[in-house]
Design a protein around this ligand. Structure first.
Ligand code: C2E
Ligand code: CA
Ligand code: CA
Ligand code: CA
Length: 279
């Protein structure tokens, strides 16, 4: 019920029935998506503002539905959360990402880090940290090269428990990022209690950086607070040079967004990365 309004799909009661039917058929199709190889991981680079260096990628899940075409993760992740499929799917994303990192290493490319999104279900799974550690071992990836992205909503419900889960992940050596920061209910002040390494400024603040004085002030405050706490600050959803200039001026560490690259399949990412390396 908590997530019911998330997609904003149904505005009229006549749509409600149709919407429920659609959800049910998507849920059914999703059950087969993994074994039918309809899922794919796309990669979106993160770039260090000071140097222009590519530091790593974020893994973003894609579903190529045989009839519907691309289904947005905004639509199918909540369904997978509800029916529990999110756990095997998330495992698959993590494994695919770690395997990809190994393949890129073996191609002799400068080492990249990978960020993977955590779902609420995973976050409340008591085996999370153990699972992450065993996958890192299995794929022989140094823990610090993996960053797990979580959102404030996963933390605010039970902060004390969340913090202990976060600590257990950090003890494994993996890093933690707070995603979509600024959209949740935690204040800047609460940040200092969270054991995190990275703060990602939500793209809604970045979007109107050029024209919106309030968004400028919020972004400045988030960057300043993040830096004060010793965190790496990443701006997501960067689409133009004006945003880049602003973020550089205010010492944001890294950017991610269409201005650099859209999320793309691994082959296209590597072609792009090689080109960056020759610049
Ligand atoms: P997110 O983690 O906040 O991911 C960033 C979203 O912003 C991605 O949408 C990305 O394609 C999009 N984006 C990146 N740069 C720009 C830009 O410059 N402009 C605009 N307008 N958008 C940009 P995407 O891939 O559709 O994913 C949506 C959400 O679905 C993600 O938001 C994340 O919450 C969730 N998600 C995606 N993959 C996974 C996954 O493997 N596991 C889990 N649990 N959630 C995932
Ligand atoms: Ca993310
Ligand atoms: Ca985000
Ligand atoms: Ca605004």
């Amino acid at each position: 019920a908590k997530e019911a309004g998330r997609n904003n799909v149904c505005c009229y009661s006549s749509d409600l029935h149709h919407h429920a039917q659609e959800q049910a058929s998507l849920a059914l199709a999703l059950r087969h998506a993994l074994q039918r190889e309809e899922l794919e991981v796309y990669y979106q680079p993160k770039v260090e503002l000071k140097t222009g260096r590519v530091t790593g990628v974020e893994a973003l899940l894609r579903w190529h539905h045989p009839e519907l075409g691309q289904v947005s993760p905004e639509r199918f992740i909540p369904i997978a959360e509800d029916n529990g499929l999110i756990l095997p799917i998330s495992d698959w994303v993590l494994e695919t990402g770690l395997q990809q990192l190994r393949d890129w290493d073996e191609m002799g490319l400068p080492a990249l880090n990978i960020a993977v999104n955590l779902s609420a279900r995973q976050f409340s799974d008591p085996n999370l940290a153990r699972n992450v550690v065993s996958k890192l071992r299995q794929y022989e990836i140094d823990a610090h090269r993996l960053e797990l992205e979580l959102t404030e909503s996963m933390v605010v419900q039970d902060p004390a428990h969340a913090i202990s889960v976060m600590r257990s992940i950090q003890e494994s050596g993996a890093r933690l990022a707070l995603d979509d920061f600024g959209t949740g209910f935690s204040s800047l002040g609460q940040l200092r209690h969270y054991p995190i390494d990275t703060l990602k400024i939500d793209r809604t603040f970045v979007q109107e950086l050029a024209e919106d004085k309030q968004d400028q002030a919020i972004s400045r405050a988030i960057i300043a607070m993040g830096k004060t706490l010793g965190l790496t600050v990443v701006a997501e959803g960067v689409e133009n040079e004006v945003q880049v200039t602003f973020l550089k001026q205010h010492h944001c560490d890294q950017i991610q967004g269409y201005h650099i690259s859209r999320p793309v399949p691994q082959g296209r990412f590597i072609a792009w990365y090689r080109q960056q390396l020759t610049k």
